[in-house]
Design a protein around this ligand. Structure first.
Ligand SMILES: Nc1ncnc2c1ncn2[C@@H]1O[C@H](COP(=O)(O)OP(=O)(O)OP(=O)(O)O)[C@@H](O)[C@H]1O
Length: 398
């Protein structure tokens, strides 16, 4: 079997070499001499103003748009002239309007590429269930539904599942969360990051939203007109050392607040709070609260999941069961969430802190204002050190 037909490869590197696209009848090229290397296993975000050629650049990678000139390499293999249909089957593709077939069930939609690849029915159906699980949708509830019976966010998850059906080493995503309300969008972004930490594909992601780029990208390419690379670097380098005025303008104001999106909850030291169990003796709980320097105690259930916040007064209300007093333990974040997400939760929580839980919702620790301030101080210090020691060079744009 040729290397490119292997069904399961983890990630592939991409090299775009002097790619140019000139649409018929246009005087200027939409993409002009774009050269960039995309490392295997990373999320690279193409971001730039409307009309900068992001979509054209992306679609040249799987040759939905044929380049006028230049070359595309995947894992070192020149794919500029290979059979385009075969090429596309090994590249997952997710777009904003998803492109699910309305007359096909969710299972048929997800199983389309495996069917084209000649997999047998059992294998396809197992893969469909596995993927639905992976994107957080109960297979038995969704596999026989039709796209119109799903919410926008669910359709988008199915789009991602479908793109991964044949386990391609490479995913192209064009504003996949663009048409989704902000809350669902944030949830999908977090799910997407969690998914990527398991699958480690190479992902090229187009957006015009710099915040989304900062949150999702391992690297960001900021594109100016005709896909000229203004800066191609890590989000941190782009925020702390914009290469030119165009990049600085594009980042806009509030760069330091944006930097909170660079730190993940899992990377900061969590505060350990005074905790107790719902079924603990009240006197014991009061004692624990008094010995702590906190004004409230976080109560966990038998599975270590946070349930209530209680203070000294709540613990004296002997008639009331403990799961009814105090405040509900809402405002939770998972370790892959950003400090920006945690800050959002904190300001809406009446307790002023975000509870960190693992995937099973078990208590891990607390993020509060002190954690956030500490992170900001560290970022300031490392950016000062960077200014002193390192001159950040933008990658040459072909
Ligand atoms: N099929 C086409 N024929 C002619 N010109 C086109 C075609 N598709 C795109 N263009 C032009 O090419 C340029 C780049 O378009 P492209 O869609 O790649 O930009 P983009 O950065 O993805 O924009 P947006 O963020 O608005 O989607 C634009 O000037 C656009 O008008």
């Amino acid at each position: 079997m040729p290397a490119h037909e292997q069904e399961s490869a983890t990630a592939a590197s991409i090299r775009l070499e002097s790619l140019t696209k000139r649409y018929p009848g246009q005087t200027e090229p939409a993409v002009d001499n774009l050269t960039m290397d995309i490392p295997a296993g990373e999320i690279v975000v193409l971001v730039g103003p409307s009309g900068s050629g992001k979509t054209t650049s992306l679609k040249m990678i799987n040759r939905i748009i044929e380049p006028t000139s230049g070359r595309i390499f995947i894992d070192g293999e020149d794919v500029t002239h290979v059979n385009a249909d075969q090429l596309r089957r090994r590249i997952g593709y997710v777009i904003q309007q998803i492109g699910l077939f309305p007359h096909m069930t969710i299972a048929e939609n997800i199983g389309m590429v495996p069917r084209l690849l000649g997999w047998n029915r059992t294998r396809i159906s197992e893969r469909v269930d596995e993927l639905l699980d992976l994107v957080g949708m109960e297979p038995s509830a969704y596999r026989t539904r039709y796209p119109k019976q799903l919410s926008g966010g669910q359709r988008q998850r199915v789009g991602v599942a479908r793109a991964m059906s044949a386990d391609p080493p490479l995913l192209l995503m064009d504003e996949p969360f663009g048409a989704i309300d902000p809350i669902t969008r944030e949830r999908l972004q977090n799910e997407f990051l969690r998914l990527q930490s398991n699958i480690r594909k190479t992902i090229v992601f187009v957006t015009h939203d710099i915040d989304e780029a900062i949150k999702l990208g391992d690297r960001i390419a900021i594109l100016n007109k005709r896909s000229k690379i203004a800066q191609y670097d890590t989000p941190e380098a782009i925020l702390t050392a914009p290469a030119n005025d165009f990049v600085a303008d594009f980042i806009g104001s509030g760069a330091s607040l944006k930097r909170l999106s660079l730190s993940r909850v899992r990377d900061v030291e969590l505060n350990q709070w005074a905790v107790g169990r719902l079924d603990d003796d009240r006197e014991q709980l009061r004692q624990a609260l008094m010995e702590s320097d906190h004004g409230s105690l976080l109560l966990l259930d038998g599975n270590q999941r946070p349930v209530r916040w209680v203070n000294g007064h709540d613990l004296t209300r002997s008639g009331e069961s403990l799961d009814r007093v105090g405040l509900p333990a809402t405002a939770t974040v998972e370790p892959h969430a950003t400090l920006h997400d945690a800050l959002n939760e904190m300001v809406t929580s009446r307790v002023g802190c975000a509870i960190v839980v693992d995937e099973q919702r078990r208590y891990q620790g607390i993020v509060d204002m002190r954690t956030v301030m500490r992170a900001i101080d560290e970022m300031r210090a490392s950016s000062r050190a960077r200014d002193r020691h390192a001159a950040v060079q933008p990658v040459e744009a072909g």
